[in-house]
Design a protein around this ligand. Structure first.
Ligand SMILES: Cc1cc2nc3c(=O)[nH]c(=O)nc-3n(C[C@H](O)[C@H](O)[C@H](O)COP(=O)(O)OP(=O)(O)OC[C@H]3O[C@@H](n4cnc5c(N)ncnc54)[C@H](O)[C@@H]3O)c2cc1C
Length: 392
């Protein structure tokens, strides 16, 4: 990577965090990146690449050592997510879903039994996680979910459908939200954690996608699926705040991933601009191309600063950082999309050929604008904080 950009990127980090960045980057560039296009072309889930993360402790960066994880601080987690996403969207998603949504929720809201049962497996990579939140009639209005959890003897019967579910067919732990009483809206929402392989009546089907096929997104149907009382995370009806804190950490990791993707667009575009010639000179010497590169750098750096500040706030113990999470998630995901678009402009027609990676980044970045709250939702939340409609 360009030394000038690297100095800027490293300035905010401690010696240890810089070392983690260097180690993860070297690993990702040698062990993951060379294979990503192959998986993309074969539309294949990267099971073998996930295996490579395990010996380095990269499956559990948010899980404390006592449960077998490698947690040191939230900033370090962000740096890891940034570097993994810089080379592969799916690999970053595996770690992000497992740590931000699943392990984080178990750590903060789970019983001792649930912690002992699941956290070491997630940290070692033995357990792949999946979060079943979004439904066919909407992902943004989560309190209005239609999946129900009917109390029965010894547990609950789940009924409903979840869509867009990443990693579902490969998972041995589901984080599910369902309502025990839809009339109570968010006060009926209940969070469950359970092994999908033990669920009778569960059906996992492919979710038809035009793009991003190697993520193997799934449609998950629950038909009278029994989950025992021990699968409840927290208390029945107490799932909405658990979901809120999971999404708060999820927003941090998705924002860090977006910074990595925005950076990747720069890493691909700058050398191409100096290599490709038109009118007898490298196109990188044309001012309009330079303008795009400069905007890409500025946008990435602004997003990175928002993400790092959010990480520092979390490390300082601020429990929920909703405003800052929304700002970071919104600006970083838009930066990733816009950088992919600007990069594509520099690549010209080659941006949509199979030969170059830049076109693929656009769809991946755009998808990240939807997950963990859409850009529009976060724009609305930031405005509401500014207007005093929403309070800290
Ligand atoms: C690649 C990919 C992977 C995913 N992985 C998962 C996963 O693993 N698990 C999971 O549960 N989900 C997953 N999702 C789903 C994702 O979280 C949802 O797409 C997202 O929450 C938005 O929901 P929706 O698509 O139903 O859009 P809707 O909620 O239908 O929203 C549609 C549009 O309306 C806008 N809108 C809605 N409400 C408001 C409002 N109040 N104010 C302003 N605008 C509003 C939205 O911003 C959006 O532009 C994934 C999605 C993708 C694309």
């Amino acid at each position: 990577m360009n030394a000038a950009l690297e100095r800027m990127m490293d300035f905010d980090l401690t010696e240890e965090q810089r070392l983690v960045r260097k180690t993860v980057r070297e690993f990702a560039e040698t062990e993951i990146l060379p294979y990503v296009e192959q998986y993309e072309n074969e539309e294949r889930y990267p099971t073998e690449l996930v295996e490579k993360l395990k010996p380095l402790g990269l499956m559990g960066p948010m899980i404390p050592e006592e449960f077998g994880g490698s947690y040191s601080d939230v900033m370090t987690y962000g740096v890891i997510m940034e570097e993994l996403a810089r080379v592969d969207w799916v690999i970053a998603s595996v770690v992000s879903v497992a740590n931000s949504l699943c392990a984080g929720s178990i750590l903060h809201h789970g019983s001792d039994e649930q912690k002992q049962k699941y956290l070491p497996g997630i940290a070692s990579g033995k357990i792949i996680c999946s979060a079943c939140l979004t439904e066919p009639r909407g992902g943004t209005d989560l309190a209005n979910m239609e999946t129900t959890a009917k109390p029965v003897d010894g547990g609950f019967l789940l009924n409903g459908t979840k869509v867009f579910i990443s990693h579902a067919a490969h998972a041995s732990l589901f984080f599910i939200v369902a309502s025990i009483d839809r009339s109570k809206k968010h006060k009926g929402v209940t969070a469950f954690i359970a092994d999908p392989r033990e669920m009778k009546g569960l059906n996992i089907g492919a979710f038809p996608m035009r793009t991003l096929k190697r993520d193997n997104l799934a449609e998950v149907h629950f038909e009278d699926v029994f989950v025992p009382d021990e699968a409840v995370l927290g208390t029945p009806g107490g799932g909405f705040p658990i979901l809120g804190s999971a999404l708060d950490m999820g927003r941090f990791s998705v924002a860090a991933r977006c910074v990595g993707q925005a950076q990747r667009a720069i890493d691909l575009t700058a050398p191409y601009a100096m290599d490709r010639e038109a009118f007898g000179q490298p196109i990188g010497e044309f001012q309009l191309v330079q303008q795009k590169l400069a905007e890409m750098v500025a946008r990435t750096e602004q997003a990175r600063q928002l993400v790092y500040r959010l990480g520092r706030m979390k490390d300082a113990g601020v429990e929920r950082c909703s405003l800052e999470s929304s700002l970071a998630k919104w600006k970083a995901s838009v930066a990733a999309t816009q950088n992919a678009l600007d990069g594509m402009a520099v690549f010209g027609g080659y941006s949509v050929t199979a030969e170059y990676e830049i076109g693929r980044l656009l769809m991946e970045a755009k998808a990240l604008e939807f997950g963990e709250g859409t850009s529009d939702l976060h724009t609305k939340m930031v405005a509401e904080y500014a207007l005093g409609i929403r309070k800290l």
